[in-house]
Design a protein around this ligand. Structure first.
Ligand code: BG6
Length: 482
């Protein structure tokens, strides 16, 4: 394999962000509180607390984030200098519908994204937009139980329609829900809360609650695809799944089969969104576990008609399972959140315990492409680490460059050697932002440093890391120069 080769013309090199992790301005321009606005700060091993409402004297890291809301022109200019062809971000749902159930959208919120998309397009940067990246209006979660309620399907579809219609000439690439499948890990309440606005009550079957809310999200996604295509047939509307491939610990057939079965945790949601029907292994699970899904007449038809054009996914790490292992993780999330995960002796981890496995990305691209035969889009990949500013203001991040280089090499192999159809690559947190799982600033992914710490102190000044220039050259050479 010739590593010097370039990627195909038109490949979308970019960066990825999510509204709630970088915009700030949490109550500016008429925005209502969202489910992340009540998440306190945590750290590695210390979960974020979901408070009932926004409490006085509590620190909420997403409220100000990195204040992109007020600094977007300056930041977009830096993205342009880096040469980004695409920026993946999301629309804060509660900026557009502050409570979620209003008749009319909030014009100031809509205007903010008009201005942002104009600014991106002015610099030749294609917006790639996720409709919901953990940003459900808090009111829908508190008053309706989030996606437990079918009414929230309609509220979401209305939000989607308003966005599709408003930005139909500015945005071509869309995704419905971010990491729709991460809530399969029901042991961590953060995922169901941020995906679905759902809290599992004492005595409830968490998996059933998750599947029931998930059914409503699948309908909301499919209905949005149908509406979006009617508004602009040229839209490309994708799904977005979190992918952590699961390896067998050994060649013991029991380990192999366990890994295969565990992979259904990852595949279930994209299976429905890409193929348009529930997979047979899920139907068997519902039967076995007595799980009832709120299926109504017409739902099957909606799922069938609302399949996606492409599959976007995030890839950070792999995990490994072993069949003869007891669950001794005591409910802790361990490298991908599976009960019988074990450390992979061939793979090193980041300081946050995330396995660094570039080959896992090539493996993922191949498995997805074999399974679905539709275009793929890597919309998140990256390395969260501590960065230090030197006395002269320089920031050396060789580990991040190594991580990205090795993953891009794997991407090139998948595309240029294996023949996978890949639309683009948008590494996560192109500028430092608030971490989702921990709420920290010190877990940095960016190629642009932001002077802000875990407690919210700092000047917010933006500074280039070494990876900035490195990635600029990668893009300029269309992947040839790594
Ligand atoms: C994905 C999310 O789970 O991973 C992002 O889509 C998130 O929102 C990213 O930020 C990295 O996770 P973390 O916890 O390191 O920020």
């Amino acid at each position: 394999f010739n590593e010097k080769k370039r990627m195909p013309e038109g490949f979308l090199w970019g960066g990825a962000l999510a509204a709630h992790q970088f915009e700030g301005g949490w109550n500016a321009g008429g925005k209502g509180p969202s489910v992340v606005d009540v998440l306190t700060a945590g750290e590695h091993g210390v979960p974020r607390r979901i408070s009932d409402k926004v409490e006085e004297n509590e620190f909420y890291p997403n409220h100000e984030a990195i204040d992109f809301y007020h600094r977007y022109k300056e930041d977009v200019a830096l993205f342009a200098e880096m040469g980004l062809k695409a920026l993946r971000t999301s629309i804060g749902w509660s900026r557009i519908f502050p409570n979620g159930d209003e008749e009319q959208p909030n014009e100031e919120g809509l205007q903010f994204y008009d201005d942002l998309f104009d600014e991106l397009l002015k610099h030749g940067i294609e917006p790639v937009i996720t409709l919901s990246h953990f940003e459900m209006p808090l009111h829908l979660a508190r008053e309706y139980g989030g996606f437990r309620s079918r009414k929230v399907v309609n509220f979401f579809v209305k939000f989607a329609e308003v966005c599709f219609d408003r930005y139909k000439d500015k945005v071509k690439y869309w995704m419905t829900f971010n990491e729709i499948n991460n809530k399969m890990d029901v042991r961590n309440p953060l995922f169901l809360w941020t995906n679905s606005g759902v809290i599992v009550e004492e005595g409830e079957n968490a998996r059933e609650v998750m599947y029931r809310a998930g059914h409503h999200e699948l309908l909301a996604s499919a209905l949005s695809v149908i509406k979006g295509k009617a508004i602009n047939p040229d839209f490309l509307i994708g799904a977005m799944a979190s992918h952590v491939p699961i390896y067998p610990f050994s060649s013991n057939p029991e380990d192999v089969m366990l890994a295969e079965e565990s992979m259904r945790e990852r595949y279930f949601f994209p299976d429905v969104q890409v193929r348009g029907y529930y997979p047979s292994y899920a139907l068997k699970e519902f039967e076995r576990e007595g799980i009832s899904i709120p299926f109504e007449d017409g739902d099957a038809e909606i799922l069938k008609r609302g399949t996606v054009d492409y599959l976007g996914f995030s890839y950070y790490m792999s995990t490994t399972v072993k069949s003869d292992m007891q669950d001794d993780t005591d409910g802790k999330v361990f490298n991908g959140g599976l009960a019988n995960s074990v450390e992979n002796p061939y793979i090193k981890s980041s300081d946050w315990g995330w396995a660094i496995d570039p080959t896992g990305l090539r493996y993922t691209l191949n498995r997805f492409y074999d399974r679905y035969q539709i275009p793929l889009f890597i919309v998140e990949n990256g390395f969260g680490a501590v960065d230090n500013v030197e006395d002269d203001g320089s920031i050396h991040d060789p580990q991040r460059i190594d991580y990205l280089r090795s993953h891009i090499e794997a991407v090139k192999q998948a595309v240029l050697y294996d023949g996978v159809d890949l639309m683009g690559y948008t590494p996560w947190g192109i500028i430092d932002i608030v971490s989702f799982t921990t709420g920290e600033m010190k877990k940095r992914y960016g190629m642009i440093y932001v002077d802000r710490d875990n407690q919210g102190n700092g000047s917010m000044q933006r500074m280039k890391k070494d990876s900035f220039e490195w990635y600029r050259k990668v893009i300029e050479s269309n992947g040839e120069e790594l």
